[in-house]
Design a protein around this ligand. Structure first.
Ligand code: ZN
Length: 311
């Protein structure tokens, strides 16, 4: 039983329309689902990914309109690391981000930049053999498109506390220092700790990561949950999120983990050609549609070229 790397990463935005402009517009990701937060259904939950909404390339945002900016501190993911195909792609993104007013910084073979609310991102040249997961955008040549998650970096005040859970329970393997690899039959990612900055008032808010989910084969989820229980962590029951099933628990450094199943996926309630173009509501939430369609803000999506190409 192995986890297939990162399934999705969920973060917080205070501004859904601006978030769409950055992730679907500037970064060229596809919106693969437009739905609501199942734990608080009056706010958006937006999912961005590759053309299919594959695990391994799925960044999601809960929108809390006008949320105060957060600050990543101990027990929080502070940077999302994505793969690109080559050093030329780093040059492309350096220029494209700067043209869009983003302060990108080249550091050797990587490119660092924040999103408009301060969430940290890094692009690195892919070394893993995994299938590249890409979205289509007329503004981004396919050879430069983002190719999925390489990993995440979190802050920990005491990473040694997490070693047992990561290594013995979840089957991560340590590559060096506080850098871990999690790899299944098809995909893998890294999970790394940096020393938490001192004098930081950590605060969950706009521009911070809420949790990171690792991918499980559907039939293994309950066994993963039992394994986490026997390690002394306290996972939730298995929760049916409609697009996948999940369990959540906090790892000992404080980062909220989720284990989510590969599938059924985002095409379960809309045709793959039109993912994310309208509000999708799981059956239990369908009765709220009329009210939500009046209260949720309109979003700048889908772009005209998608409508034209699927017409
Ligand atoms: Zn999640």
């Amino acid at each position: 039983m192995k986890l297939e790397g990162i399934h999705h990463i969920s973060a917080i935005t205070g501004d859904a329309p601006g978030n769409v402009e950055f992730y679907a517009g500037v970064l060229g990701l596809r919106m693969v689902k437009r739905t609501v937060n199942q734990d608080e259904p009056n706010v958006y939950h937006l999912f961005y990914g590759d053309e299919k909404g594959s695990p391994g390339m799925d960044l999601t945002f809960f929108e809390y309109p006008g949320a105060a900016p957060g600050v990543a501190g101990a027990g929080m993911v502070h940077r999302i690391v994505w793969r690109v195909g080559s050093a030329a792609a780093l040059d492309f993104w350096d220029e494209r981000l700067k043209d869009n007013g983003v302060s990108a910084a080249r550091r050797g073979e990587s490119l660092l930049f924040p999103d408009p609310e301060g969430l940290g991102h890094e692009l690195v040249v892919a070394e893993a053999p995994d299938e590249p997961l890409m979205a289509e955008s007329p503004e981004i040549p396919a050879e430069h498109a983002l190719q999925g998650f390489d990993g995440v970096r979190a802050y920990s005040a005491s990473p040694v506390r997490s070693e047992g859970l990561l290594g013995d329970t979840l089957g991560f393997s340590r590559t060096e220092g506080e850098h871990w690899k999690v790899r299944g039959a098809e995909r893998g990612s890294f999970y790394a700790y940096d020393r938490a900055p001192q004098e930081i008032n950590r605060r969950q808010g706009a521009g911070t990561v809420h949790h990171v989910a690792f991918a499980s084969q559907p039939e293994d989820l309950e066994a993963w949950r039992l394994r986490v229980v026997s390690a002394g962590a306290r996972p939730t029951p298995v929760i049916d999120r409609f697009y996948f099933k999940s369990v959540y628990f906090r790892e000992p450094s404080g980062v909220l983990f989720e284990i989510a199943t590969i599938g059924p996926g985002f095409a379960v309630d809309e045709d793959e050609e039109h993912l994310g173009e309208r509000l999708s509501l799981p059956p239990d939430f369908e009765s709220l549609r009329e009210r939500l369609e009046q209260t949720l803000k309109p979003l700048p999506y889908p772009p005209a070229w998608r409508v034209a190409s699927s017409a």
